[in-house]
Design a protein around this ligand. Structure first.
Ligand SMILES: Cc1cc2nc3c(=O)[nH]c(=O)nc-3n(C[C@H](O)[C@H](O)[C@H](O)COP(=O)(O)OP(=O)(O)OC[C@H]3O[C@@H](n4cnc5c(N)ncnc54)[C@H](O)[C@@H]3O)c2cc1C
Length: 407
């Protein structure tokens, strides 16, 4: 039986604790918030989207090898996750592949994890901040703000640095770094993007379907479709969150980032031109602003016309083909320069962390420090929106917990 200390009572730490305790190890969780599982409570807008039946390679992202991710996710996969939670009492509810507890309460997930840990005699100390871990021969010394602890094995499950008010403040990266690991610099991911364009103040509040393409140094990197939310600072909505980690990384590397937004994704470029042309033919006395009524939100239409270099009062029948083309470009190929992502306190995850080449994917044990295991967002893997970050936390936590061997 090993004496195991887990740093962080979040998603991966709780699942690691349960798996280690089921193998009869003596487990202690050190958590610096006043309660465990605070971030889980905020997931899925309080409903906890805890996994997803659709598992594709590009649902997980990393600077490292994708084979590492595949090994981890298949070793503790979606079915195993759903069974694990079912055994604890969580009846799954599926919506288009996204899985939630049937109660639609994230608190149910925290409760069942807490009850199972308690049942297995896992000890938890809250309000304890871990400052440093040192290894001396076969023992770990864990220094905290409330005294020291020793352990045979340590699971570092301290999360990343997104939404620090919910607990993870990046201290896990610092601890791993001091132990000799290479940290891929964390950047905000699943986050809104800012633009300095002045027109955002005018169109703030508009929601519309769009197809967005993200360009880094003028090369397209990734594209997404979905509902775009426009804010005074820039852009938000699921498609923006999905591409944001590439924007954050590129901006951090001092590269130029812009979006190309198609505001009429269901209509081709030529058909959009013809659509505007036909509307003008049918109502030649209307001005351009009136021509766009019913096609776009009026605030958006106004800015489209202005950005196309036209005056909203211009009588539409006077428009040249070139001017209709400028308007079509604005509708189908609106270029938005991105200045920065919103900060970590608005991000759902951080992209970056311990280099996966320093971790054994079959055990989550560090290749640098024997007996140290790394889980969840501490590792340089981030998922897309849709339950993938929690799946990563559950898989890595379970693998680490069940890989603790007897001394
Ligand atoms: C608003 C929001 C909504 C989200 N919704 C979803 C969703 O619906 N589906 C999904 O898959 N993912 C979602 N995520 C992401 C997901 O919650 C995280 O990726 C996941 O919780 C990470 O698990 P973890 O174990 O690595 O870290 P965490 O769950 O963050 O746990 C880390 C724990 O360690 C503690 N800790 C940190 N440092 C120390 C220290 N030095 N000493 C002691 N304790 C420490 C923290 O307080 C925390 O309790 C969401 C995130 C946010 C912020």
């Amino acid at each position: 039986m090993s004496n195991v200390i887990i740093i962080g009572g979040g998603a991966s730490g709780l699942v690691a604790a349960i798996h280690a305790a089921r193998l009869n190890h003596k487990v202690l969780i050190l958590e610096h918030k006043d309660k465990i599982g605070k971030k889980i409570l905020a997931t899925g807008n309080g409903k906890c989207n805890y996994t997803n039946y659709t598992q594709l390679p590009d649902c997980y992202r990393s600077s490292g090898n994708s084979e590492f991710i595949k090994r981890v996710i298949t070793a503790f996969d979606v079915e195993t996750t759903i069974d694990f939670f079912k055994q604890l009492g969580i009846y799954p509810k599926e919506k288009k592949g996204y899985v939630y507890p049937n109660s639609e309460q994230a608190s149910s997930v925290v409760e069942v994890l807490r009850m199972e840990s308690h049942h297995l005699n896992v000890k938890t100390l809250c309000d304890v901040h871990v400052e440093q871990i040192k290894k001396d021969k076969n023992q770990f010394l864990i220094r905290t703000n409330k005294g020291n602890h020793t352990a045979d094995k340590v699971i570092l499950a301290a999360g990343g640095c997104a939404s620090p008010n919910l607990g993870s403040d990046g201290s896990g990266f610092q601890i791993a770094k001091e132990l000799g690991h290479h940290i891929i610099k964390p950047v905000p991911a699943l986050v809104q993007l800012q633009s300095k364009e002045k027109y955002f103040k005018t169109i703030a509040g508009v929601r519309t379907d769009a197809h967005i393409k993200l360009f880094v140094n003028d090369s397209m990197v990734v594209e997404e479709k979905g509902e775009l939310l426009i804010a005074a600072y820039g852009v938000s909505g699921i498609p923006i969150l999905q591409v944001s980690r590439y924007a954050s990384r590129a901006l951090n590397d001092k590269k130029k980032v812009h979006l190309l937004i198609d505001f009429l994704p269901m209509v081709s470029y030529d058909d959009t031109f013809n659509l505007i042309y036909d509307r003008i033919q049918k109502s030649p006395t209307k001005n351009i602003e009136e021509i766009l009524i019913g096609l776009f939100h009026n605030k958006l239409a106004y800015v489209m016309i202005k950005e196309a270099g036209l005056s909203p009062e211009l009588i539409s029948s006077t428009l040249t083909k070139k001017q209709i083309q400028s308007l079509t470009n604005q509708i189908k190929l609106w270029k938005v320069p991105i200045s920065e992502p919103n900060p970590f306190d608005q991000a759902q995850v951080s992209a970056g962390g311990v280099d996966t080449s320093e971790i054994n994917p079959d055990t989550m044990e560090s290749k640098i420090i024997k007996g140290l295991y790394l889980t969840g967002e501490v590792v340089d893997v981030d998922g897309t929106c849709g339950g993938y970050n929690l799946q990563w936390a559950w898989s890595t936590g379970a693998i680490a917990g069940r890989s603790i061997d007897n001394l």
